[in-house]
Design a protein around this ligand. Sequence first.
Ligand SMILES: Nc1nc2c(ncn2[C@@H]2O[C@H](COP(=O)(O)OP(=O)(O)OP(=O)(O)O)[C@@H](O)[C@H]2O)c(=O)[nH]1
Ligand SMILES: [Mg+2]
Length: 325
Amino acid sequence: MPANLTPEYLEAEEVFRKAKTIGEKIAALEDMLASVPKHKGTEKLQANIKRRLSGLRDESEKRSKAGRQDPFLVEKHGAAQVALVGFANVGKSALVDCLTRARVEVAPYPFATALPVAGMMEYEDILIQLVDLPPITEGEFLPGLAGAIRNADALMIIVDASSDDCLDQLEGTCEQLKEKKILRDDPVEGLHYHTASSCLIVATKIDIEGAEDNLELIKEYTPPEFRFISTSVNKRKTLDLLRKSVFDLIDVIRIYSKKPGHDPDMNQPFILRKGSTIIDMAEAVHRDFKSKLKSARVWGSARFSGQAVPKDYMLKDKDIVELRI
Ligand SMILES: Nc1nc2c(ncn2[C@@H]2O[C@H](COP(=O)(O)OP(=O)(O)OP(=O)(O)O)[C@@H](O)[C@H]2O)c(=O)[nH]1
Ligand SMILES: [Mg+2]
């Protein structure tokens, strides 16, 4: 065993040992590769991880061709993938049903959802993928569930505001995610973990009598670093606010490109991470643009329309950018 393995690597290795499905194993090996110290002493180990990764990817492809794809390995689409997590019967499927066109099972009994179902939620001019998941439970999760949660870009943690158990649901869900090392207090470079910044606590069913009183309690017990919103599938306005909160959660900006001498293309924005610069935009438009870029102009966040900006200019949501190469 090479020396100097970091705690992050050892943790990823632990996750790999516990992984049950191919999807979970691939995600854990990717984490191991990202966190293994890169020096001569670990070359053999790196090669070994890469070999195992490629074997598992081949196996996964074979299975998917044979129609036996891991249902917990949800392919990402849209601006980001957001998974709905929570105890049974709290209202996860009902939200996915209202916010997307996915066919999900909404039922008054627990464990109605047995496998992940993905649907696309419209938010203004972009689509965000929501994944309805089976409920989490105390103790062992369904095989594959931990991997599906970890793999999502962000989480909606759902609690039922009409239930007397709402605080247990909130604390229990966060505790379980922490115990399974899916949620951590601080991010770890290169590893697929969630922190408060990638989680939105959603208290739902606020149309039911008594829920408003519980809401105060839930707010009080929500750690301040988490975002929070209340909603109901029967209150349309709250659902519109929820869409906006999910957009804020995924931490992206929409940038429209404008070819010199043409109107901007306002139909399909480029989706970039918040904090992206002109250079990031150039790279997103075309891989050659980064090196060829001569100048850029911005409409929107710049002080005046069409202002020439430097390459490290930080873009804002809905900016229009003209790149000259
Ligand atoms: N009044 C009201 N009922 C709701 C709301 N959201 C969900 N429900 C009801 O709560 C029950 C459970 O909803 P589901 O969406 O199936 O719950 P779930 O979290 O997906 O449950 P599992 O699949 O078991 O994990 C159903 O009877 C829904 O109709 C809401 O906002 N208001
Ligand atoms: Mg469900």
